[in-house]
Design a protein around this ligand. Structure first.
Ligand code: BGC
Length: 264
């Protein structure tokens, strides 16, 4: 049976059943607005509303969250309601939906999808996915294995939390030109490059759709490619991780946080 992937974003909660062998959505995705405030109870209900659309077509669920998630517990809440700090998210979702649920960081999920089915497919070595949206999310992979919960969006850059200056939201709020914003992203990427020397940066988030406007302005050494799965990456990656966790559970071994390859 298919796995349901649900992506909790800054403006929408989106979901669809996923074929985890191919990374394809098995039905058109369904979206509801992210509740404001985005407190635990309201978001759990929004997720249940999305899941209800696909009732009977899935037996396991993967859900993304825009913060650190360890053992199903949400540890940070930079851009969501603070009621998520130390919330037992996986248990709350699973109690509400009546199915096993895996919860993981949103950028990790997008990266899993890109590495398994998109721009990072068949790439060995250290690969880094960065998402530029409300915040900056990061996902790091070594030979197809996720190193979960990296938070490189919060590096300090010129005395500021990097995401407050270089996320897509900063571009919108400050009404920056593409050139000006790309300059900040360049400084940010050069800093990350210096720290980690990845083989490839995969750039995701809404700005990846407009890559031609700003990617050519960034002169760093590391190759950079836009994400290819765009809006669906979170849904697909969440489902893939739920599949891995399911297999691990069935075999009585450790789930995705313990370092299984996300590729097939
Ligand atoms: C959070 C990350 C998240 C990113 C993108 C950051 O503010 O700390 O965990 O991946 O935003 O949503």
């Amino acid at each position: 049976m298919a796995i349901l992937g649900i992506d909790i974003g800054g403006s929408g909660v989106k979901g669809a059943p996923v074929d985890t062998a191919t990374g394809e959505l098995l039905a058109e995705r369904f979206r509801v607005p992210t509740p404001q405030p985005s407190d635990v109870t309201s978001v759990v209900e929004a997720v249940a509303e999305v899941a209800a659309q696909f009732e009977g077509s899935y037996d396991r669920v993967g859900i993304t969250f825009p913060g650190v998630v360890v053992d199903g517990v949400t540890r940070t809440a930079a851009n969501v309601d603070k009621s998520w700090l130390d919330a037992p998210a996986a248990r709350l979702f699973s109690d509400r939906l009546g199915k096993p649920v895996s919860v993981l960081n949103d950028a990790d999920a997008a990266g899993v999808a890109e590495v398994a089915f998109g721009a990072g497919r068949d790439q060995a070595g250290l690969i880094m996915m960065l998402t530029f949206g409300t915040g900056i999310g990061s996902a790091l992979f070594l030979d197809g294995t996720l190193i979960p919960n990296t938070e490189f969006g919060h590096l300090e850059l010129n005395g500021h939390d990097a995401e407050s200056k270089a996320a897509d939201r900063a571009r919108e709020i400050e009404e920056l030109s593409w050139e000006k914003w790309a300059g900040r992203v360049r400084d940010y990427l050069a800093h990350v490059e210096m720290l980690l020397s990845p083989r490839l940066f995969i750039i995701g988030g809404g700005v990846s759709k407009k890559a031609d406007r700003w990617l050519p302005l960034i002169d760093i050494r590391t190759p950079m490619v836009p994400a290819t799965l765009l809006n669906n990456a979170g849904i697909i990656g969440a489902a893939r991780i739920a599949e891995i966790d399911g297999q691990a559970g069935d075999r009585g071994v450790t789930p995705h946080e313990a370092g299984e390859k996300v590729t097939h």
